[in-house]
Design a protein around this ligand. Structure first.
Ligand SMILES: [Zn+2]
Length: 317
């Protein structure tokens, strides 16, 4: 924080609070599975409804193409029952201050002021936090971190939208599944950048939240610092040879968590491919089916590998 003034502190607290309740909504999607599934995702920038103070952050996101990248992947891979519109606009429903998905999964709002707030937090981070070596120097600036973390956050909202439009069967909290989709999509399709940038952003937000409150503990989201470690765990587990040193060795992901991550990633990856399989587009079906089968084999292999370590891990506790 640059000034630490009362207004600044208050607005940050409100921002963190809003992020925590993001996506909280009663799910009412009826899931008409037999309807023609030809819905498409479109991203709309309502330029006339964007305040001058937010235009820089919006330009960063727009020129990076991160929202369109997610939308394109969904359009290529998933047959949606309904169109989905992603609106970058100040014209949002009452009380909306951060990215949200409507209960029917057909509209995602990305308020420009939310992007400016992310950019503000990350501008402070690059001045006060040492760059993790795993993140290239060229990406350790407020604009790139804003684009990358926004892609992860948008992945989270897309996770909500898919769950609601497709009426996916959840075995845990919807918010956890939404975070899971963000990891699943970005790790597979983009690379490590979004997970790392989101971990950096949420770590700073957790610091600003300070001591946990009753509301924090009782949120439908895991507590913020816990989400940081889960983002890192999935990334590490997706390729331990590549990420163990930079994430675990360097002390960002605790050694107590790391042994669980390869299997956790394999479960997530298999889980999402399997959830989406019934909804693959015709064009994606062959590739998607093969990928799902590979993810299944990978999960079986990781579970066997985990079994071999389990006695040593328990003994080490
Ligand atoms: Zn959410």
């Amino acid at each position: 924080m640059e000034s630490g003034g009362a207004y600044s502190a208050r607005s940050r607290t409100a921002f963190v609070g809003a992020l925590l309740v993001a996506g909280f909504a009663v799910v009412s999607c009826g899931g008409d599975g037999n309807a023609a599934a030809s819905g498409k995702v479109t991203v709309v920038y309502e330029d006339s409804a964007i305040k001058p103070k937010d235009r820089h952050a919006v330009t960063v996101i727009r020129s990076s193409g991160v929202l369109e990248q997610v939308a394109d992947w969904v359009n290529k891979s998933v047959a949606l029952p309904h169109d989905m519109v992603v609106k970058v606009t100040d014209k949002v429903p009452p009380g909306v201050t951060d990215a949200v998905t409507q209960p029917d999964g057909r509209t995602i709002f990305v308020p420009p002021v939310f992007l400016t707030q992310i950019e503000g937090v990350l501008s402070d981070v690059v001045k006060t936090v040492k760059r993790p070596a795993v993140l290239p120097e060229a990406q350790f600036n407020a604009d790139d971190l804003t684009a990358l973390s926004t892609q992860f956050i948008f992945g989270h909202e897309m996770g909500h939208a898919l769950q609601r439009q497709l009426l996916l069967a959840n075995l845990g909290l919807e918010e956890v599944a939404a975070d899971g989709f963000a990891s699943f999509y970005t790790v597979n399709e983009v690379g490590p950048g979004p997970s790392l940038a989101a971990a950096i952003l949420f770590d700073e937000l957790a610091r600003e939240e300070g001591k946990l409150t009753l509301e924090g503990f009782s949120s439908d989201h895991p507590v913020t610092q816990q989400r940081v470690f889960t983002f890192l765990c999935y990334l590490e587990g997706s390729d331990p040879k590549r990420y163990y040193g930079p994430l675990v060795g360097a002390g960002y992901l605790p050694k107590t968590r790391a042994p669980l991550c390869p299997q956790a990633w394999a479960m997530l990856d298999y889980g999402w491919w399997t959830q989406l399989q019934a909804h693959f587009t015709e064009a994606f079906k062959d590739q998607g089916d093969k990928t799902q089968a590979n993810a299944r084999d990978h999960l079986i292999a990781e579970t066997k590998a985990f079994e071999k370590q389990i006695d040593d891990l328990r003994r080490g506790q």
